[in-house]
Ligand binder design. Sequence first.
Ligand SMILES: [Zn+2]
Ligand SMILES: [Zn+2]
Length: 336
Amino acid sequence: MRRDYFFDRWSLIASRRNSRGHDVAGAEASAGVTPGRWSEACDFCPGNEDRTPPSLLEFGGADPHAPAGGSSWRLRVFRNRFPILPGDADAAAAEAAAAPPLYRVRPSRGGHEVVVESARHDLTPGSFSTAEWADAFRAYRARIAALEAEPGTAWVEVFKNQGALAGASREHSHSQIVALPLVPAPMKVKCRQTAAAECGFCRVVASEMAGPRMVAVNDHFVAFCPFAPQWENEVWILALRHVARLDALGEAAGRSLARMVRDVASAVEQLTPCYNLMLFSGPPGRDFHLHLEIAPHSSGAVKAGFELATGFSVLRISPEESAARYRSLISGTGPN
Ligand SMILES: [Zn+2]
Ligand SMILES: [Zn+2]
């Protein structure tokens, strides 16, 4: 991995990702997943496990959505065959030895795993039940712990790319977990906020609560549109009380999180089928404030020259309007 000349910003050269399979149609056809609970062509569907690496973790038992013939698992985790950090340590070390100070490189090493949260092919994250989302978060916790136990892990990021415009290469819903050898610059900024005399995120929770940008609240989490979004209809989910990490959540708070993520994802999917969902759980041994960010994408909202040159965002809808839309969509959500 290579560092920018001036900025604390890294480029990961992962050319093997060229050979990844794709089954997601182009942006114009991204209005949903191919109908059908099971797909012969899908590497992530039950019965096709031999097309992916062996399971690192499986939650067994009958999947209520399994196709005829059944599935022995309802959630499955395996190593990504085309990792973002390919682990070519020797090549990187040789490059590092030869590089003058202008060129900073590090071994591109770190785990990269795939979580298939449901055996069913045609479910989207917004149509998972709360129990399915709770399973997903249990799997994230277990795999974050396993990856943090490996030498060299500085932080573990969990994310979902849903739909073609969000970078998904597979239709079948899945999350990805990447263990990084360093803490990225934006995450360092967030850690400093948490470490201030009064946690910056706790102040944001107190201020956004019941305000014009609030989307939903339950016993342990609040969802709101951030004051200065980077993306149209961007929405964040923050723990109401200061908690650093996913593994510090109790059982009840875990269920609250699952319910909140399901409700918000369902509302987002009524606006666009394409979005990224990112989990920010604290690096090991550091204080933090647990949260998630959801970045929706539509073909009319591409970051273009001005945005790239300045780092600014130009939005056609205010976060106050976005929040009002989300509130009306979430008020119709069912109970499970
Ligand atoms: Zn599938
Ligand atoms: Zn806090």
